[in-house]
Design a protein around this ligand. Sequence first.
Ligand code: CP
Length: 310
Amino acid sequence: QTHLLGIEPLSPPEITTLLDLADEYVAMNRGPEKHGTALAGLTQVNMFFETSTRTQSSFEIAGLRLGADVMNMQMQASSIKKGETLIDTAMTINAMHPDLLVVRHPHSGAVNLLAEKVTCAVLNAGDGRHEHPTQALLDALTIRRAKGRLHRLTVAICGDIAHSRVARSNIWLLGKMESRIRLVGPPTLIPAGAADWGVEVHHDMAAGLADADVVMMLRLQRERMDGGFIPSEREYYHRYGLDREKLVHAKDDAIVMHPGPMNRGVEIDGTLADDINRSVIREQVEMGVAVRMAAMDLLARTRRERAQAG
Ligand code: CP
């Protein structure tokens, strides 16, 4: 691959190769010497047109640990504010010869469009409700390390599926790895055609969580609800918020995941989220750095090979 725009175009061996390399970076990140040279001499530019804590900081740390020169563009202070378009902005940065461009954008498909225009490798850090590939990869690494495999697991993805790029990327990835996927949430927050995605659809948490190996909670994305149905937080928590009572339906050793940011007391009980015997939410954050190191390392290798081949 020359870009990482989504999980959809990746093959299962490509996913496994990336996760295997990420595992090596987890070991490196836990050791005293955190610096590699895989990106030495390369320039990484991070362009986040939407807010981010985890993705932006972990891409920055990943690049720095591998020796890249990393620049975080302050999009709120850029000429986007004067009306410059996304493509003109990208072409301007491209003229400065970056090697890796990490982009988050509120519009689905914007990152793919940008990748067609620039000469560097583009990594999608989340575009609208389309894809968030590095999130699905870090989720997969977290699951693989906890469960020892990715295939033949039952994974319940719960909550606001309709607005979630995390859900879409996870559905692609877990489907490619032959896991059983259940989408659980109110009918208003699950797209009408979801049953055609090769998943089970449930509107009841007890049925959706029954014997699940993994329970992945999603945030209610009010900012994408466009004035449409917005559930009351109290009612939503009562029916779909994950607490210990609902988790009883999953397997005894089921892990609890959340991509963050969390709304405690809305989609998940705060004490359950903090329970290190069930929750792997902190591990997800840790895996995010390693996965982003692996993704940028592999893209840089591909670019070097192509340059050498002429
Ligand atoms: N999971 C995730 O994308 O978090 P941020 O929005 O903080 O990057």
